[in-house]
Ligand binder design. Sequence first.
Ligand SMILES: C[S@@+](CC[C@H](N)C(=O)[O-])C[C@H]1O[C@@H](n2cnc3c(N)ncnc32)[C@H](O)[C@@H]1O
Length: 304
Amino acid sequence: MTIMTPIDPEQSVKTCYSTWGTSYYDDYYTDKAPYPPVHRDLIRRELQKHAPKSLLDAGCGPASILRDLGDLGIDLYGFDLTPEMIAECKRVMTERGHPVERFWQGSVTNREHFRAPTGGPSVFDAAICVGVLPHIPAEQDSVVFKNLHESVRPGAMVMVEARNMLFSLFTLNRYSQQFFADELLPLAALREIAGEAKTESVLDGVKARFRMDVPPVRKGKEGEPGYDEVLSRTHNPLVAREQFAAAGFKDVEVLFYHFHAFPPMMQDEAPDAFRRLSVQMESNPRDWRGYFMASAFFLKGIAA
Ligand SMILES: C[S@@+](CC[C@H](N)C(=O)[O-])C[C@H]1O[C@@H](n2cnc3c(N)ncnc32)[C@H](O)[C@@H]1O
């Protein structure tokens, strides 16, 4: 999906997250969250399966995932781009007894930042990267995959999360229209063969079939740019898995989460059923319907 890349995407992402350090965990990981943090459970299950000794969380935010992994007996490390996020991460993790030097500020686009500035292993036993890829310019995706690959030992398990571009076919709203216009319709060729006016008619016809007024744009809390106002891309799982494999991962799997039992704009028709049926679908992250009905996915692979 074509999204304008701001001049300095990292700066605007930092500003977007600067007001979220202390409230992010409450917003998404506690009883106050609109939906249970099913992705955290998915990560826990995979970590328990692979039993790493050390874990790096690249883009760890306020330790929103790390803080709940303390009981697994893994040495936990993490870094994040946003100073306010990493400050909160350090506060939360040191409170739980983890050494402060295991958490630092850094960017997933810089290979050097995948090592703790003082001490720590040169390569990790496992790595996760959650909620970060949407903010990475398209041309840097493969850099991030490569950095993750180089930051772990051979045989290590890596999970990277992305927003599912194909979900836009199920939402029947302006995301669907964008997906048609940006990814599916052969617009340049159509313009050449049929001319501008006919091309516009086709585009208008597509637009007319979707609810163009939803979803509302998410704004910032204190005047800073909101999530939808900074670079927040979606990824095509079919394409992303190939890119992930090309970065050196084998046994690559796509694990879906945040299922929607019916298109979200219709959830108010039967809110309890919507939630219950959606949560039920989370039990199988390999369900093929995830390609359309899940708004997010993990790429999971083993470093070759
Ligand atoms: C949606 S939050 C996710 C936080 C945490 N990983 C989680 O899943 O709960 C996205 C995080 O990615 C961080 N981030 C964005 N771009 C980054 C980059 N280039 N390098 C490292 N972190 C980045 C932001 O600062 C923010 O804390």
